[in-house]
Design a binder for this molecule. Sequence first.
Ligand SMILES: C[S@@+](CC[C@H](N)C(=O)[O-])C[C@H]1O[C@@H](n2cnc3c(N)ncnc32)[C@H](O)[C@@H]1O
Length: 212
Amino acid sequence: MDRYTDSISSRYDKLSGQNCCLSCGSAYSLATILPGNVCIDLGCGKGHDVLRMALLTGEKGFAYGVDVSDGMMETARQQAEIMNIQNIGFVRSNLECIDLQDGIANVIISNCTINHSLNQDKVWKEVARLLKKGGQFVVSDIYALQPVAEHFRSDPEKVAECWAGAVTREVYLDNVTNAGLSNTEVIEESEPYEKGEIRVASFTIRGQKPLS
Ligand SMILES: C[S@@+](CC[C@H](N)C(=O)[O-])C[C@H]1O[C@@H](n2cnc3c(N)ncnc32)[C@H](O)[C@@H]1O
C-alpha cells in the first residue's frame, strides 16, 4: 500500500463501526438497475448501496463492492450475511487498478469516493474498461471550485478526509470524456460549500460507454 491508500483505509476502518452518512449525492437512486444486471459500487463503504443493487439485480445478477478499507468491507459482508444476500462479492482494490475483468458491468455507481484519488484519470479509464458497451455509470462526488494547492494534495490525511484530492469541475468532466465515455449529463448539483480548507460543490453525473 502507498501512504495515500494507507491513510484512506485507516480513516475508513475507524469509521466503519459508526452510523454516520458518508455520501454526497443520490447515485444509487438515479441509476437504472435491472434484474440480471452485473453492477459495481466503487468505494462501497459499509455496503448500503451495493446491498440494494444485489437485491434489485436478483439471483441472475450480481453486485460487486470495491473498497480499500477492510473494516468497511467486513461491515458490508456481515450485513449481506444477515440479509442472506448471496449474489454479492467484495473486492479489496484501489480504484486506479481494479481487480475485475474487462466489460463485466451493466452499471457502475460510486458515491463520494473518486475524489480520494490523485489520479482520477486512471479511475475513469477503469470505469470505461469495466463497463459493457452501452453500460451506464452514475457517480456522485465533489469537485473543487479552484485547483487545490499542492501542499494540501500532498497530505494523505487531508486527501483521506474527502476534500484535498478534489479536482475542478472542468478537469472532472474532461477525465470522463478522455476515458472514452459519452452522453455525460450532470443530473444533480449543489451550491458551493466549505469542506476542509477549500470550497467545493457536490454533483451527480450519469453517462455511458458507447455502443461501438
Ligand atoms: C466517503 S466514503 C463513501 C462510502 C459509500 N460510497 C457511501 O456513500 O456511504 C468513501 C469510501 O471509499 C473508499 N475509498 C476511498 N478511496 C479509495 C480508493 N482509492 N480505492 C478504493 N476505495 C477507496 C473508502 O475506504 C470509503 O469506504
